[in-house]
Design a protein around this ligand. Structure first.
Ligand SMILES: Cc1ncc(COP(=O)(O)O)c(C=O)c1O
Length: 433
């Protein structure tokens, strides 16, 4: 038996867009956010309990959250109220508003679109797992390219028993393989449903498509929808903003937002990589829909998943990120770091294009993000990885038989040449063994 609140939400989704109802997983249909319970009673009390508010599960003293001086003395720039109490399950309202404003400012294609307010997640991984919980049933196709962030496998494959469908990221001409995406999508006609994950700048290659390729991706999703396939399309915008060349500089979420009634666009993004706060764990999940009922229900269901898993995200990190977003120095400081990252990416490209390594590797196109990938010609990636690690103290990531991922994001520009020289030397060692 469905809970009556879940039923109400489902009716709302159905009346707003029946295709979105069909996209929900069993858990997605069952989940709801309790209206009557501790959270709502204490929210009600915070407005009316002027004399004694004995509702909330925190401790207070002198009218503010109880706290220890060993912690507060180190965090004295912040008020106890912005650190110690639980943040609301959806996140600090001011942070959500600020993030939405930032999103619309950085993505002009989103300005006119009807969106939910971003809900705070425990960073992007959590946003992706919420998508998995709400939309993926056992056997559903989750489509993403062969070069991908490995954690999708756990989030969608292992945890939700999705059928993972990969397509080659690049064509022979080394452009984005939108035809591969199109075919993978259209192959789901019998299932009538697919979940697509788009991740640009891409981990591990550092690739972001250009305008034409971006339009092809959108067209492929639209064609699938027109063929009767319900498509949940997720943009994993982890590395958003780090666009160093002439690629798309907006999230495809903008173009996907109101593409077709059978397309539900979901944006997963966050401060993790964009604001260089990896350990803070602040991310967001945002839904696009013309229907207020759909938006309301998806927000409530998302809160239900959050309440059932982590209850609410960490409060101090939300405060830190909010303060940063509000600071007048935020843009200038980000720009400074952007230039450093761009300098490293350009340096890597200059080195690779100098011709001194072309006998041993090619490289996959890169123009954005933290990484680039070498395509090794005649040594095994894992063998090379362990050899250069132990022989030269150089750490890289081996992917498959011949790809080696190099995070230029964490090597200062002046050392990049030595880094690639050592990888090159490692290859010579293995070849001459
Ligand atoms: C493509 C991609 N998505 C998501 C994540 C996870 O981000 P978070 O640390 O915010 O959970 C990463 C982190 O490596 C990533 O590369």
């Amino acid at each position: 038996m469905l809970n009556s609140l879940a039923e109400q939400l489902n009716e709302g989704v159905k009346s707003g867009n029946p295709h979105v109802y069909d996209m929900l997983s069993t858990l997605g249909k069952e989940i709801y956010f309790p209206k009557e319970g501790i959270l709502s009673q204490s929210a009600e009390a915070s407005g009316h309990a002027k004399k004694y508010n004995a509702t909330i599960g925190i401790a207070t003293e002198g009218g503010i959250p109880m706290h220890l001086d060993v912690i507060q003395s180190k965090l004295s720039a912040f008020q106890p109220k912005d650190l110690y109490p639980y943040a609301p399950p959806a996140g600090k309202p001011e942070l959500r508003t600020a993030w939405l404003a930032k999103m619309r400012e950085e993505n002009p294609s989103l300005r006119e679109k009807s969106l939910s307010s971003p809900i705070v997640t425990n960073a992007l991984t959590h946003g992706l797992s919420i998508v998995a919980d709400l939309f993926v049933n056992e056997g559903d196709a989750v489509i993403y390219p062969d070069k991908n962030w490995e954690n999708y496998e756990l989030t969608f494959g292992i945890r939700r028993h999705a059928e993972i469908v990969n397509y080659p990221l690049f064509t022979e001409e080394m452009t984005f393989n939108s035809q591969g995406l199109r075919e993978a999508l259209l192959a789901q006609k019998d299932k009538g449903k697919a979940i697509v994950i788009l991740n640009f700048p891409n981990n591990p290659t550092g690739y972001t498509p250009g305008l034409k390729e971006g339009n092809e991706i959108v067209a492929a999703v639209k064609e699938a929808a027109e063929a009767g396939i319900n498509v949940v399309v997720v943009t994993d915008d982890a590395y958003f903003g780090l666009f160093f060349e002439d690629s798309l500089k907006e999230s495809l979420f903008g173009k996907l937002a109101d593409l077709h009634p059978r397309v539900l666009a979901v944006k997963v993004d966050g401060a993790t990589k964009e604001e260089f706060v990896w350990g803070f764990r602040v991310g967001f999940i945002t839904y696009a829909s013309d229907s207020k009922e759909v938006i309301h229900a998806l927000e409530q269901k998302t809160l239900g998943i959050i309440r059932a898993t982590i209850s609410s995200g960490a409060h101090p990190s939300q405060t830190f990120v909010l303060e940063a977003l509000k600071s007048p120095e935020f843009h200038a400081q980000k720009e400074e770091k952007f230039q450093i990252m761009k300098g490293r990416a350009n340096k890597v490209k200059t080195l690779l294009d100098s011709g001194k390594y072309t006998d041993v590797w090619e490289y996959y196109p890169f123009n954005s993000g933290y990484f680039m990938c070498l395509k090794l010609k005649d040594v095994n990636a894992e063998e090379l990885r362990t050899h250069i690690l132990h022989q030269y103290g150089v750490g890289t990531i081996a992917l498959g038989d011949h790809d080696l991922r190099v995070a230029f994001s964490c090597i200062e520009e002046e050392y990049l040449e030595e880094l690639f020289d050592l990888v090159y030397q490692g290859i010579q060692d293995l070849k001459n063994k």
